[in-house]
Design a protein around this ligand. Structure first.
Ligand SMILES: [Zn+2]
Length: 300
C-alpha cells in the first residue's frame, strides 16, 4: 500500500527557496525560476508536467440532487466512491517565471469558473468525514488548498474566494508563521473565523523521509501541537516536497492526523490511503484550458 517517495517536485524546491526569500523577492530569478547560486537538482521534476496528455476517462456524473433553497447547496452525496478534486496552490501573486506564484488575475478567472460551474468548496476534513461515512458533501464538491502559508493567501486569495462564497485550507509550516511574507497567527485566526481550515506542513519544511525517528516525530507531531496551542484541532497534514514513505506516513498517523495530502497527481479518492490523498497542482502558466481539463478527469 505504501508507495516509494515520489521524486518530487520542482515546485516544492522553489517553495523551499521562497520560505527563505519570500515570493515577492524572487522577481530577479533567472528564466528557470531558480536564483543564481542555487544548486541544480536534476532529479527534481514538476508534478504538473503540463505537456502530458490526460487519459480519456471522464468524471462520473453526480447523482441528482435537489437544494432546499437557493442559498443552501444540497448535501446529498452518499456515494462514498465519488472522487473529489482538491486543488493546490502556493502563493497567489505575480512573479514572472515562477510557477508556484499564481497571478491574481489568473486566480480570479479560475475562481469565477468554479462559481459559474456550480462548484461548492468543502474543507479537507469534510472530505475525511465523507470518505469515512460520517458526513455528506454538497453537489460538485471541491477543496482548495494552499501550501506553505504565504501572506498573499490572506491578502489576495481570501478576498477573491470570499466573493464567490468559497473557503480554503492552508497547510502551514509551524516555525515560519509570522516571518516575512508568511501568514501571522492573527491572519490564521481571522481565516478560521471566515470558515477556513489550517493543516500541518511540518515544523521547518524539511524532507521528512531523510529524518531519523526522533526528528521525524518532532517535525510531524510538534507542528500539530504548536498549531493547536494557538488555533484549533489540526486534523490534516501535507507532506513537505510531497515526499513520503511508510515510516513518514506512520508518523503522521501516530501524531493523530486524520487525512494527509501528497503532491501526487489526481483527485482525492476513498480507495486511496486516507493519509496519501492526491491533489491537482495549479501553476502560474497553466491557463484555463489546463485548469478545466484537470477538473474533468480524476486521473488528469
Ligand atoms: Zn511546502
Amino acid at each position: 500500500m505504501f508507495k516509494p517517495i515520489r521524486s518530487s517536485v520542482f515546485s516544492a524546491a522553489i517553495c523551499l527557496l521562497l520560505l527563505t526569500t519570500g515570493c515577492s523577492q524572487i522577481s530577479s530569478m533567472s528564466n528557470k525560476g531558480i536564483p543564481a547560486g542555487t544548486p541544480a537538482n536534476p532529479q527534481i521534476q514538476s508534478p504538473a508536467n503540463p505537456g502530458q496528455s490526460a487519459n480519456s476517462q471522464t468524471m462520473p456524473s453526480s447523482p441528482n440532487t435537489t437544494s432546499p433553497d437557493n442559498n443552501t447547496p444540497a448535501a446529498l452525496h452518499v456515494n462514498r466512491d465519488l472522487s473529489i478534486p482538491v486543488l493546490y496552490y502556493h502563493s497567489v501573486s505575480t512573479v514572472p517565471k515562477n510557477e508556484i506564484c499564481m497571478p491574481p488575475s489568473e486566480f480570479e478567472k479560475q475562481m469565477a469558473y468554479l462559481s459559474e460551474q456550480g462548484y461548492h468548496t468543502v474543507s479537507v476534513t469534510q472530505i475525511y468525514d465523507f470518505f469515512t461515512g460520517k458526513g455528506t458533501l454538497p453537489d460538485k464538491p471541491i477543496a482548495i488548498t494552499f501550501d506553505d502559508g504565504y501572506k498573499d493567501n490572506y491578502t489576495n486569495a481570501f478576498p477573491t474566494m470570499k466573493k464567490y462564497g468559497f473557503t480554503g485550507t492552508i497547510f502551514v509550516i509551524a516555525e515560519n508563521i509570522g516571518s516575512n511574507n508568511i501568514l501571522t497567527w492573527d491572519d490564521l485566526k481571522a481565516l478560521i473565523k471566515e470558515g477556513w481550515q489550517i493543516g500541518g506542513h511540518s515544523m521547518t519544511h524539511v524532507d521528512l523521509t531523510k529524518l531519523d525517528s526522533p526528528k521525524l516525530t518532532e517535525e510531524v507531531k510538534n507542528s500539530k501541537l504548536s498549531l493547536e496551542k494557538k488555533l484549533e484541532p489540526i486534523k490534516s497534514f501535507c507532506y513537505p516536497f510531497g515526499a513520503y514513505n511508510a515510516k513518514v506516513e506512520k508518523a503522521v498517523q501516530d501524531a493523530g492526523y486524520l487525512i494527509g495530502f501528497t503532491t501526487d497527481r489526481g483527485w482525492a479518492d476513498r480507495k486511496t490511503d486516507l493519509l496519501l490523498q492526491h491533489r491537482i497542482y495549479c501553476f502560474a502558466s497553466m491557463g484555463m484550458k489546463e485548469f478545466e481539463k484537470r477538473l474533468q478527469n480524476p486521473n488528469y
